[in-house]
Design a binder for this molecule. Sequence first.
Ligand code: AGP
Length: 608
Amino acid sequence: MCGIVGYIGDRKAQNLLISGLKRLEYRGYDSAGIATLSSTGQLTCLREKGKVAQLAALQVTNEVDDSIGIGHTRWATHGTPSIVNAHPHTVGRITLVHNGIIENYQDLKQILESKGYSFKSDTDTEVLTALIDSLYKDDVSLLDAVLGSLQLVVGAYGIAVLASNKPNHIVAARSGSPLIIGLGDEETFIASDASALVGHTNQAIYLKEGEIAVCRAGTVELYDIAANPITPAVETIESDMQAIQKDGYDHFLLKEIHEQPEALRSTLAGRLRSGSLYAHLGGINMSDTELREIRNIIVVGCGTANYAGQLAAYLIEQFTEDVSIQVEIASEFRYRSFHIPENSVALIVSQSGETADTLACLTELKRRGVRCLGIVNAVGSTITREVDGGVYVHVGPEISVASTKAFTSQVAAMILFGLMIAQAKGTSTQELSTFINDLNDLPTEIEKLITDLEPDIKTLAKSYAGYDHALYFGRNTLFPIALEGALKLKEISYIQAEAYAAGELKHGPIALVDDSFFEVALIADNWLYEKSKSNLIEVNARGGHVIAITDSKKHIQAETIVRVSTSLTQLTPLLFNVVLQLFAYYVSLERGNDVDQPRNLAKSVTVE
Ligand code: AGP
């Protein structure tokens, strides 16, 4: 997620902006920049692709004493990570930083180009900057130019704006992307979150949706989108940075589980035209003809990324008749003398984009001439620089070692790719509508599930946290969910959790069932219901302590039952997965473990 900072007062803005950006680094970014104005309106803008430290180095040789400025850390959405795409952007007398997505920026760009504007970057932000410049006249205040522009904009934004001929105030506005205004002694701060204010002030105004602030040194005027003045509500903010970055949650893991609906909306933004029931991915770099020729998909990943691929494979094969899908554990695949079927394409799945085993497979697959596409979260990571194209899942930084929101969005991104293949092969949107509708409904369904079930899962976890062994099992699309759920429990609670295809239990694993185990049975209300239920009965008959998780309303005999209520038809496994994420979190909490940094684990395994 991008980060915004701003300052106006009597101190050196450059230093304060850079230290503020350092506080926001946890949000994840791939480029950074600051812009300051002298008292005579001389602009000094420094931008760097990469880390804030590089920006600080640039400042050393471009030092100015300006006391007003704005800064930004950019998580690339429109346009690759680069200096030209980095914020702040300047057009005419206007300099701006922006969080969010302007959905109608292409239309606005055409209108502005017809007025003589030209653009250097690929970003929606530069278009917004030009739009404000086009309305900013000698008899039109910066506030009115911003208000007028925001009336024309469709999308989400948090912005901070400077005008070079008026270096005595900053205009900030919020719609969908948080902004906070810090009030100091003769100085005012702007930031995306309070972590950038800690140590400067604890008095702040949280901009509400649609509010605009005119910030001067130590004072703020607040307006609504219709330019009506608003009396600001000043609050005392938290001084614990970690607490701020967790946004009020006890752990990053719980925050990231709860973030999944928003993260998924970011993944799907602009990629699912629900009106025309059409999937579109920009970064695949494949024509419809090339998509039509695909006969085999090789999905490569480790851990959670691998399980996301396994679930995606079960789902994609349901709507692409002549495409086979093989899912490979990267650390095994790289050492096999594998054969590549004709017309193969590889999906390289990785949250960090830096996993050594996955990267090694990418290198070998490219050496063998296979087109490789990334399904990655970290923008600009090594894998994204080596693939032939791909899809950023855009879930924002995943801080907790256990992967949660990335899994859900990786599956969604791979389904979108499968839908593009099916569409290219002429499959009707009617035949694909259940998947497209489920993708559109999934964020809300996850929100509903968390609200409905989290309290019960928290209670349930206490009853099972004392066990040291567990068996997870499910059939078909619930088998990868059993694998992922068992991994979540293993890695943060240290309970030895094994996952099996439910049909495999009678081939050995059921010998394990005794009072030292509990079992998690995943039972879908579909054509395999009776088969799944019989697996449950087998385990019950041997004295199992079974937690049955099901979307069925039918009677089930189990020690504990968690019923998932949903309108989804195809993507219900992703709801079961959220239940298991929450279960693992609360079991780990009950066992007093370090939830976000479990023992022996790293967030990105860059070693082999
Ligand atoms: C998942 O909770 C684990 N942290 C781990 O299995 C992880 O998924 C695996 O190391 C792959 O990481 P990547 O997605 O960054 O490549």
